[in-house]
Design a protein around this ligand. Structure first.
Ligand code: UT7
Length: 323
């Protein structure tokens, strides 16, 4: 039986910062509302780079830090809800961009839970012995799906990419996960719709690319499902909350994280937060946070982390990791 372990992390975010003050000039909102309701102060927005380009740049950051030969990479999974094309996948475009000519590459679509879903899949490939390593990236250009006239969503999202290189290991790294979906609530957070119109039917040709969200429903779902899932995961693996050095939550809303903290009885100073600077970057949010923690040397070998997320689908994800 093999295990998989995170060896290196990396990230890439667009340079362009959009502040709350800037949004005040575009829609009827203000910095105080955005900060107090979400914890977000600014976000990064693509100036034209698309999802696979962000993903490839974050992959290059990982390759550089780990001094990895791209030809040695065996598997690439990109978690994204915002690929630029139906085909090729963002992962295939990353494979070509970084020269990982031997890697099998595919995308996973699980919105904000996507990175943890992808890490879980990559872990299974490594545990079975199918592959020895994998590059797992979460990448989003949400700005192309945001309605910049809708104050209820445009203040929330940001663009970015980040990921991890995981490798076969004798010692446990990725310990276990609790991931799940409730498709019956899927329309609470939806976007990028096309009707099934074609030359053989009378269906109306209609597209709506914008993200639509019932914020309250997603808020209620997140504050109920994430603690439930995390508690189940800890219990099933005989892990106490005292064993968790840090929780790395999906960076959607500071108020959601505070409720999760209260319900799990893990103090807020053990939750890593960076939504103030990036907003909600969906599948990129947990790996951007993870990468910052690695870069700041906040975690050392053997430290135990709990990744905790939720998002479109609706989906949820909790994962225990030993660094
Ligand atoms: O990755 C998963 C993605 N989604 C989420 O995580 C979203 C989860 N939900 C949330 O984070 C919160 O529900 C929001 C931040 C989206 C909204 O916060 P809220 O406290 O639930 O506000 P609300 O929807 O109850 O709106 C309160 C008021 C409304 O005005 P009225 O109807 O009371 O007059 C909104 O129209 O705030 C208004 N409002 C705003 N005001 C200023 C909504 N957006 C804004 C805005 N600026 N940007």
């Amino acid at each position: 039986m093999y295990f998989s372990k995170i060896k290196y992390t990396g990230a890439y975010v667009p340079e362009r910062i959009v502040t709350n003050d800037e949004l005040e000039k575009m829609v009827d909102t203000d910095d105080e509302w955005i900060r107090s309701r979400t914890g977000i102060g600014e976000r990064r927005v693509s100036m034209g780079e698309n999802t696979s380009e962000l993903a490839a740049k974050s992959a290059q950051d990982i390759i550089r830090k780990g001094n990895i030969s791209p030809e040695d990479i065996e598997l690439i999974i990109v978690a994204t809800a915002t690929p630029e094309r139906i085909t090729p996948s963002a992962a295939c475009m990353v494979q070509a961009a970084i020269g990982a000519s031997r890697a099998v590459a595919f995308d996973i679509s699980a919105a904000c839970s996507g990175f943890v879903f992808a890490l879980s899949a990559a872990d299974k490939f490594i545990r079975t012995g199918a592959y020895k390593n994998a590059l797992v990236i979460g990448a989003e250009v949400l700005s192309k799906y945001v309605d910049w006239t809708d104050r209820t969503t445009c203040v929330l999202f940001g663009d970015g990419a980040a990921g991890a290189y995981i490798e076969r290991s004798d010692k446990p790294g990725i310990i276990a996960e609790d991931i799940g979906c409730d498709g019956s609530k899927g329309m609470c957070l939806n976007g990028g719709y096309n009707t099934a119109a074609n030359a053989f039917n009378d269906a109306e040709q209609y597209s709506d690319r914008f993200i639509h969200m019932d914020g309250k429903a997603v808020f209620d779902f997140a504050t109920r499902k994430v603690p439930e899932s995390a508690k189940r995961l800890l219990e099933e693996n005989g892990v106490s909350t005292d064993d968790i050095k840090y929780v790395v939550p999906h960076q959607a809303n500071e108020r959601i994280v505070k409720i999760i903290s209260r319900k799990l009885k893990i103090p807020m100073d053990r939750f890593y937060l960076n939504m103030f600077r990036y907003g909600n970057t969906s599948a990129a949010s947990i790996p951007i946070a993870l990468n910052e923690m690695f870069e700041k040397n906040m975690v050392a070998e053997g430290d135990r982390l709990l990744l905790a997320g939720f998002g479109g689908g609706l989906t949820w994800c909790s994962m225990l990791i030993d660094v």
